[in-house]
Design a protein around this ligand. Structure first.
Ligand SMILES: Nc1nc2c(ncn2[C@@H]2O[C@H](COP(=O)(O)OP(=O)(O)OP(=O)(O)O)[C@@H](O)[C@H]2O)c(=O)[nH]1
Ligand SMILES: [Zn+2]
Length: 214
């Protein structure tokens, strides 16, 4: 299949307002022309030596930075393991680094995601938790939507006793432009199941996040 029309996965289960996949996608040549237009709009010359290959590089970089539109996050959770020796307590993967782009300015926001779930019978490969973060982070996002998409996917597919997601991030649109508040960080949390219903479980999640950090 022509990569330029590869199916996209913008439609998340929690988000019926998103257009159905696949969405019409401009050609690579059209995307490169758009980058040339933006370079000229900034005031530089897209034909000068240092910039002549930039549109092609930017489009290639976008393929990586926005790879999430071509990833089916739920599919990462299809493979689970049952030989857990009866383990049925919280599994917490913390400090998952991510890079995303805010949908308002297309400027990076980045930070760490911390994700816990309480399994029922089967557990999922730990790397798949991090892959879900990337599948949604590599799209145009708000931090709230990113948080909601991650938790909804884990909850829907694994059907665990509960999921907790905490994301801390710095938004470059608040740092390098606009209000210019370097160092400000944004925290978002969302809980399902036991983490939502049992304050003690929520507190234990928060305590484990701090474990070993002076
Ligand atoms: N809720 C939320 N807001 C975000 C996120 N990323 C960026 N924003 C905000 O999106 C808002 C867009 O506001 P607008 O007033 O439409 O745009 P703007 O004139 O560029 O705003 P300023 O950034 O204040 O200059 C800004 O307040 C950003 O800080 C996010 O992940 N979640
Ligand atoms: Zn922004």
């Amino acid at each position: 299949m022509d990569a330029s029309v590869a199916p996209l996965f913008p439609k998340a289960k929690d988000d019926p307002s998103q257009p159905p996949a696949p969405v019409a996608r401009p050609s690579r040549a059209e995307a490169e022309a758009a980058v040339r237009t933006l370079i000229a709009w900034t005031g530089d010359d897209p034909a000068r030596e240092g910039l002549i290959d930039t549109p092609a590089r930017v489009v290639k970089a976008y393929e990586e930075l926005y790879r999430g539109y071509r990833e089916d996050a739920a599919a990462f959770l299809e493979r689970t393991f049952s030989e857990t020796g009866g383990y049925d307590d919280m599994v917490l993967v913390r400090d998952i680094p991510f890079h995303s782009h805010c949908e308002h300015h297309m400027v990076p926001f980045f930070g760490k995601a911390h994700i816990a779930y309480v399994p029922v019978d089967r557990v999922v490969g730990l790397s798949k938790i991090a892959r879900i973060v990337d599948a949604f982070a590599r799209r145009l996002q708000t931090q709230e939507h990113l948080t909601a998409q991650i938790i909804t996917t884990i909850d829907d597919v694994l059907k665990p006793r509960g999921v907790a997601v905490l994301i801390e991030a710095e938004h470059m649109c608040m740092t390098m432009r606009g209000v210019q508040k370097a160092g400000a960080s944004t925290l978002t949390t969302q809980f399902t199941g036991v983490f939502r219903d049992d304050p003690a479980e929520q507190a234990r999640f928060m305590t484990l996040l701090r474990q070993g950090r002076g």
